[in-house]
Design a protein around this ligand. Structure first.
Ligand code: ATP
Ligand code: MG
Length: 214
């Protein structure tokens, strides 16, 4: 089954918060590549009957050993990367069946994306395959519809494409992860605006995975 990698080389883009929500909506195992191990700590807050296994490899060899069995398993492996470039992140991107990248329209995140597109070019050359990464708008104003600066730069990227789904900036996302849970796991959470965003993003990731395996 698939390996999904959530990566953006700039810190604070919203990777870990969205990872907790996406993991909460999918039946999957988790892998934490951040040196701060935020994902492991947050998922460790979950109630004992809802625990999720989180692996924290320290070397590329260890990461490959963990990822390999998932290629032939029923279970999805979801990987949350740290906000920096590293051999571990590059390996998780190279091996993934679907790579997603959160970003808002700010200059610093656009700079992060430009750097990431260059890294993806290097990985594509090494792996001898074209890597495509799917960008979801993250931490953006829920009412905002157009992101002209980001939309203008995306066509210049060789490896980054814009998704339809987004995870807007909402206080509820910050509040709910205090319990280690995703918003769709809370009572009535699936019918909230944030919950609907998480469900739509999971659906879009699953349809990308289906198309990539055909
Ligand atoms: N959708 C959201 N709505 C509101 N706040 C958010 C959202 N996503 C993340 N945040 C807040 O933004 C900050 C950074 O988020 P987070 O730690 O998830 O980013 P990250 O990309 O994992 O960072 P790092 O690169 O350091 O691992 C945190 O304070 C978090 O609570
Ligand atoms: Mg993080």
């Amino acid at each position: 089954m698939p390996i999904i990698t959530n990566a953006h080389p700039k810190g604070g883009a919203g990777k870990t918060t969205s990872s907790v929500n996406l993991i909460g909506e999918m039946d999957c195992d988790a892998l934490d590549l951040d040196t701060l191990t935020g994902l492991s700590i947050i998922l460790g807050l979950r109630p004992s009957n809802k625990l999720i296994s989180v692996k924290v490899p320290k070397t590329v060899d260890e990461l490959i050993d963990i990822m390999t069995p998932y290629k032939n398993s029923e279970k999805i492996l979801f990987i949350d990367c740290g906000g920096f470039d590293s051999d571990l992140t590059r390996t998780a991107v190279a091996f993934a069946d679907c790579v997603i990248v959160p970003s808002k329209d700010s200059l610093t995140e656009r700079i992060g994306l430009m750097h990431f597109d260059g890294v993806l070019d290097e990985i594509s050359t090494i792996m001898d395959k074209e890597i495509t990464v799917h960008l979801y708008l993250c931490k953006v104003n829920p009412n905002k519809k157009n992101f002209p600066k980001l939309e203008a730069i995306i066509p210049s990227f060789k490896h980054i494409k814009l998704m339809n789904s987004r995870i807007s900036s909402r206080a509820e996302f910050e509040e709910v992860i205090e319990s280690g849970m995703g918003i769709t796991e809370t009572v009535h959470g699936r019918s909230t605006a944030g919950g609907k965003e998480v469900i739509a993003l999971v659906d879009e990731i699953k349809s990308l995975l289906m198309n990539s395996s055909q």
